[in-house]
Design a protein around this ligand. Structure first.
Ligand code: SAH
Length: 457
C-alpha cells in the first residue's frame, strides 16, 4: 500500500535539486518529500537523475547530466576515483568536505545523542590533504602473465587495473608496491586466485614511517613458502634502502581478512620506528597505528588537552594499541593502565614504554569490555579514562564499568560518529556531561570522520 505513495519509478529520469549530503557523501534531493540519494551530486546542484532503486522511504539515483553546477565541485585528481571505493569526496572542495564532516557530527549529536546544544567545533583539517596515508594494502591479481595491483572496484572483488597511483598514499609506499609488482612478475610469482583459492601472493602491504622514512614491506601469501624469497629481498632492498623490515605473512584461509595469524620477519627488524612529538614508537606488522601521521599529532594534542591530567592522576587508556596515547598521558600522570586485544600490540606497547624510559605504565592484553569490569572489581578507580574504540564503538559492559569507576573526566576518541553519539547518550545518562566535541580530519578525501570528545562527571 505504502509503495503507491512513492512518487518515482525505477529507471525513470527526473530532474532534482540537491539540498544536502548523506554521511557517505551522497547528494540528497527530494521529490514531494521523498528523498533520493545520488552519489557524486552536491548541494546546490540541479541535475537529471536516473532512478536506479526505489525503497519505501527513500530511493537511489544516478547522476546523468548536471544543469547547474556547485561552485564547490572540483575535478578529482585520481584517474580511477569514479570506480574505486577508497575515496568518496574527491569531487568536492576540501572546505566543503570539512563543513560536511562538522555537519554530520552535529547531526548525530542532535538526533542520536540528543545533545542539541553541545559545541561541535569546526573540523581541524590538513594544510595539504593529499599523500598522507602511511599504510597501503593492495590486492594482487594477474593479467596476461603479469602481476597486477590495484584496489577493488566498488562493491566487487575486481581489481582496478589502470590505477596509476593512489593520491592519498605516501609516495614511497606507492613506489614500493609498484616495484614489488614488477619484481614479482619478472621472477614468475603467481598471484592468489580468490575464486579457485589457488596461487600465492595475496596482498602487498607497505607501511612507511613519516619521521624516519623507514618502510616495512609485508607480503601476504596463501602458501607456507614465498617463492624466490631471497631474490625478492635482494632486489627490493637494493632498489629501496628505506626498507628496514620485510615480513612474510601466511594467510591460507578463504577469507576477506587480509592478514593471517602466522608472520615471520624475513629481512631486517620486526619493527619500523616512527616519532610522534618527542616520543619514539616501534610498530610491528600486526599492530594498529594511526594512518595519518601529521593529523595524529593534532588528534593526540587535543585528546591530551581534554584529558588535562595532573601529576597525581591515575589514568586508563582503553583500546591502547601500541601505547601511543598511553605514553603521552604517562608523561603527565602518576600511573597509566592500557588495555588492548592484539597481543603483538601490547608487546609493542611494553617495548615502547622501555624505549622512552617510562615505568609508570602497565599494559594488559584482553578485551577492554572484560578487563574494565575486572579492574573495577579489583578496586581500580582512575581519575581520567581515555577510550579509542574501533568503528563499532564501546560495548555496554565497558560503558557501565566506566561509569562505575566514577572518574572525574572521560575523553572519547572515535572514528565513527554514530556509535560515538550512541555511547555518549549512555554516558550522559550515567552522570557525565559532554563538554566539547572536536572533529579532526584524519581521512581527507574519504567520508570517514574522527572526533575527540571531552566529558566531565
Ligand atoms: N589508541 C590507539 C589505537 C586505536 S585503534 C592509537 O591511537 O593508535 C583501536 C584499537 O583497539 C586497535 O589497536 C584494536 O586492536 C583494539 N581493539 C579492538 N577491539 C578491542 C577490544 N574489544 N578490546 C580491546 N582492544 C580492542
Amino acid at each position: 500500500m505504502a509503495k503507491r505513495q512513492v512518487p518515482v519509478k525505477k529507471n525513470q529520469t527526473i530532474q532534482l535539486t540537491f539540498e544536502d549530503l548523506t554521511h557517505e557523501g551522497n547528494g540528497v534531493g527530494k521529490i514531494d518529500g521523498y528523498p533520493i540519494f545520488v552519489p557524486l551530486a552536491l548541494p546546490g546542484e540541479r541535475a537529471d537523475v536516473r532512478v536506479v532503486k526505489v525503497n519505501k522511504r527513500f530511493g537511489y539515483g544516478r547522476l546523468e547530466h548536471i544543469h547547474e553546477e556547485s561552485k564547490n565541485r572540483v575535478t578529482p585528481p585520481c584517474n580511477v576515483f569514479y570506480k574505486c571505493g577508497g575515496c568518496q569526496l574527491q569531487h568536492m572542495t576540501y572546505d566543503m568536505q570539512l563543513e560536511m564532516k562538522q555537519n554530520q557530527v552535529k547531526n548525530v549529536m542532535q538526533k542520536v545523542a540528543h545533545l542539541p546544544d553541545v559545541p561541535v567545533h569546526p573540523v581541524l583539517g590538513m594544510d595539504e590533504p593529499w599523500r598522507y596515508r602511511n599504510k597501503i594494502q593492495i590486492p594482487v591479481g594477474e593479467k596476461e602473465g603479469e602481476l597486477i595491483t590495484g584496489f577493488y572496484q566498488q562493491r566487487s572483488h575486481r581489481i582496478i587495473e589502470d590505477m596509476e597511483t593512489c593520491v592519498i598514499q605516501d609516495e614511497l609506499g606507492d613506489n614500493i608496491v609498484e616495484a614489488v609488482r614488477q619484481i614479482g612478475t619478472e621472477l614468475g610469482i603467481r598471484a592468489y586466485d580468490e575464486k579457485a583459492h589457488r596461487g600465492e601472493l595475496r596482498h602487498i602491504i607497505v607501511r612507511t614511517a613519516y619521521t624516519t622514512n623507514e618502510a616495512m614491506l609485508i607480503l601476504v601469501t596463501r602458501t607456507e613458502n614465498l617463492t624466490k624469497q631471497a631474490e625478492i629481498i635482494e632486489r627490493i632492498t637494493k632498489k629501496f634502502p628505506e626498507i628496514t623490515s620485510i615480513v612474510h605473512n601466511i594467510n591460507s584461509q578463504k577469507t576477506n581478512v587480509i592478514l593471517g595469524k602466522k608472520s615471520q620477519t624475513i629481512y631486517g627488524e620486526d619493527y619500523i620506528y616512527d616519532k610522534i612529538g618527542d616520543l619514539e614508537f616501534g610498530i610491528s606488522a600486526q599492530s594498529f597505528y594511526q594512518v595519518n601521521p601529521t593529523q595524529t599529532k593534532v588528534l593526540y594534542d587535543k585528546a591530551l588537552e581534554y584529558a588535562n591530567v595532573g601529576k597525581d592522576d591515575i589514568v586508563i587508556d582503553a583500546y591502547c594499541g601500541i601505547g601511543t596515547i598511553s605514553l603521552f598521558l604517562a608523561q603527565q600522570a602518576k600511573k597509566v593502565y592500557g588495555v588492548e586485544i592484539v597481543p603483538q600490540a601490547i608487546d609493542d606497547a611494553k617495548a615502547n614504554a622501555k624505549r622512552n624510559n617510562m615505568d609508570n605504565v602497565e599494559f594488559v592484553v584482553g578485551e577492554a569490555e572484560k578487563i574494565m569490569p575486572w579492574w573495577t572489581k579489583q578496586g581500580l578507580r582512575p581519575d581520567v579514562i581515555v577510550v579509542d574504540p574501533p568503528r563499532k564503538g564501546c560495548e555496554a559492559s565497558l560503558l557501565e564499568a566506566m561509569i562505575a569507576m566514577d572518574p572525574k573526566r572521560i575523553v572519547y576518541v572515535s572514528c565513527n560518529p554514530s556509535t560515538l553519539a550512541r555511547d555518549l547518550r549512555i554516558l550522559e545518562d550515567g552522570g557525565y556531561k559532554t563538554q566539547e566535541v572536536q572533529p579532526v580530519d584524519m581521512f581527507s578525501q574519504t567520508s570517514h570522520i574522527e572526533s575527540v570528545v571531552w566529558l566531565e562527571r
